[in-house]
Design a protein around this ligand. Sequence first.
Ligand SMILES: [Zn+2]
Length: 241
Amino acid sequence: MNEEEWLQCQHAAPMLSYLRKKVVASDRKLRLFACACLRRISHLIPEEGGLVPLEVAERFADGQATMTERIQMETLANRCLHTEPSDDPQRLSRAYILLSIRGPLLKRAPQAAESTSVNARIAVAFIATEAIHGISYAPPDTQEWLKEEVCHQAQLLRDVFFKPLQRQIPRLESSWRHYNDRISVRLAESIYDERAFDRLPILADALEDAGCDNPDILAHCRKGGQHVRGCWVVDLLLGKK
Ligand SMILES: [Zn+2]
């Protein structure tokens, strides 16, 4: 895959395969990508507990879920997988969410036979992209819906990973970070915590006021579309990888 193909790709699977081969993806980012995919379809999963498993999975990605929460979610996941009818797509979808918090699970992942931690991490993300096929949701044109959804997932990957073919992500100058009582960093923190990604154009203005002239950073903040936790610009400001 070359850079142009990465930028134009309309399906997450070959992009994840590329990341898998190149090992340029952190555990945290892959898990957040998985969560973002699942969050997009969470309204289609009518289960008790609502978004709690997904929120735990996101906090797990950031190293903030407690051991008790993780154990509770894993117990729930095991129950879904082993006691519910395996052909019930709603149950399966829920199990996918729960499984996204786990590392070495992967019985259902395409890379099940492989056991390295890198493959395990990528497989978590694959699970999310596979989950859309297990939903008992039948829009008028399911094939069209699936096609659109995998296209959205590809866009999510481009939000989380800055052109992985370029080993260097843009540099953030220290002066941009510290300008005006660290306003850019504080903005990034609130955007991340509140999922207020509609404020990214404001962040671009703040960075520009601080002297930022990096076209990739500014364009990303102003491009619109969906941004999620793991967005490479917000991560850059917060020092997250
Ligand atoms: Zn973004």
